[in-house]
Design a protein around this ligand. Structure first.
Ligand SMILES: Cc1cc2nc3c(=O)[nH]c(=O)nc-3n(C[C@H](O)[C@H](O)[C@H](O)COP(=O)(O)O)c2cc1C
Length: 428
């Protein structure tokens, strides 16, 4: 089918894994050809070093910072507060800052590797508001998440369209966690003029804005579009275009998502411990087939159902394959309802492309949806995924996202006709 004719769900359909597709293309890559995972604006741009004793700096820093450096024979891998499929980190963060003492009003790129903000645009009577929340002025912060898609498509080809959005959702979740720790509220925005913003930020076809998060006071005031275009800087050292991803992004950027009333979630974590959890969050590389308590299991599920602070929305339903939760019959559940009883360890491991984490976990979760807007649905799945990581880790339960599964066989096993967007394993 010509790509211009593809609809939202076709992008899901076209990126499905099956037993055969994985045999034919197991995604092997030469690690030495990996494109750069950090973006830098030219060295003559003005920079602000983030000072962690300043709460506003610390708020921004904790949204993206490096929390572990792993040394391999080919180099160092820098792991961050946000997880990422294959640790490829396609997402970048830009922050518009307005009316914050000690910081010039402007749009900044968050240079994660050097823990600083690079001023890429100074505001006068213009700003990002006109693209993301027209008619309003935000005194505070406007975060933009973008995807430098080649970092992910280098390895995962067309399926990386999914991973870019899931990663973007996780990154929004990391911003939300940092906001919570810094006593700030955030609102997520998915429906806005992304294409106009990409053009204004000079992204060409190499990077695309996926979502926005605002934090601050909202005032009725008209702010002009950006009066100048930001110069193009590539987020990787080399680039190969992928037409499918570019058209998938553009098509899903035009469709409005479902709408809901804005409600903020209420969390009740010990903030010092939660801060430690954000710093220590990691993906479990192995589970030991041990049980978890029902109390912890229900805590995790309950947090998934708390409000998502956004007016743009897609409903995510969660199925749980319970392998080992104390006092629960093993089997497939939707919420508290047991759909079918049984030991499905082998089956779940197989469905997740024979990954041991899906088999040896205490529970493997599957997120499904019958979305209107695929891009929004995937990002909300990632946003909830970040909650699952943090709530699990807070209570001493390990966790890992799982983006790779045999789509149709998983859907059949779950007995749903909704698309399976994401899976997560939790356990010890
Ligand atoms: C969208 C997404 C999909 C992922 N899929 C898998 C997967 O299929 N299998 C796996 O072992 N890990 C998976 N992970 C975990 C990543 O490998 C992990 O986040 C990355 O290596 C960075 O490590 P960290 O999470 O400990 O910081 C996934 C993570 C994300 C965010």
């Amino acid at each position: 089918m010509p790509q211009s004719k593809l609809s939202e769900s076709d992008y899901h359909q076209a990126t499905k894994h099956s037993y055969l597709s994985v045999q034919l293309d197991p995604n092997y890559v030469d690690a030495s050809t990996q494109p750069a995972a950090f973006k830098f604006y030219p060295k003559f741009y003005r920079r602000v070093k983030l000072n962690l004793n300043n709460p506003n700096h610390s708020f921004i820093n904790l949204s993206s910072t490096i929390t572990l450096e792993k040394i391999y024979k080919d180099g160092i891998q820098k792991l961050r507060v946000n997880p990422s499929a294959g640790a490829l980190y396609p997402t970048e963060v830009y922050v518009q800052i307005r009316g914050i003492e000690g910081i010039v009003n402007g749009i900044y790129h968050l240079e994660v590797e050097n823990n600083c903000l690079t001023l890429i645009y100074e505001l006068i009577d213009d700003g990002l508001e006109n693209y993301v929340i027209p008619g309003k002025c935000i005194n505070g912060f406007i975060f933009l998440i973008s995807c430098v898609y080649y970092r992910s498509s280098w390895k995962y080809k067309d399926r990386s369209l999914r991973y870019c959005w899931l990663d973007s959702g996780h990154h929004l979740g990391a911003i939300a966690a940092s906001a919570y720790i810094h006593d700030k509220e955030i609102q997520l925005i998915f429906d806005f003029d992304k294409l106009a913003l990409n053009a204004a930020l000079g992204f060409e076809n190499k990077e695309f804005v996926s979502a926005c998060a605002i934090s601050g006071t909202i005032q009725e005031k008209k702010i002009r579009h950006l009066r100048l275009q930001v110069p193009f800087v590539c987020g990787t050292d080399y680039f190969e275009a992928n037409e499918f991803i570019e058209s998938g992004y553009q098509k899903t950027s035009l469709q409005k998502s479902r709408q809901q009333k804005l409600v903020h979630p209420q969390f009740n974590f010990d903030k010092d411990k939660f801060f430690q959890t954000v710093w220590m969050r990691r993906s479990s590389r192995r589970f030991y087939q041990q049980s978890i308590s029902q109390e912890n299991y229900w805590r995790i599920l309950q947090h998934i159902t708390l409000p998502i602070p956004s007016e743009n929305f897609e409903e995510i339903e969660v199925y749980s394959v319970v392998h080992q939760v104390r006092g629960m019959t093993p089997g497939l559940y939707k919420g508290k309802h047991l759909i079918k009883a049984g030991n499905f360890r082998e089956k779940t491991g197989y469905l997740c492309i024979n990954q041991a984490i899906a088999k040896d976990s205490a529970v493997t979760l599957f997120f499904v949806s019958d979305y209107i807007n695929y891009q929004t649905a995937m990002q909300i799945a990632g946003f909830l995924g970040q909650r699952v990581y943090l709530v699990s880790n807070f209570w001493g339960i390990h966790c890992s996202g799982i983006g790779a599964f045999y789509d149709d066989e998983t859907q059949e096993f779950l007995e749903t006709n909704k698309d399976v967007l994401y899976a997560m394993a939790i356990g010890t």
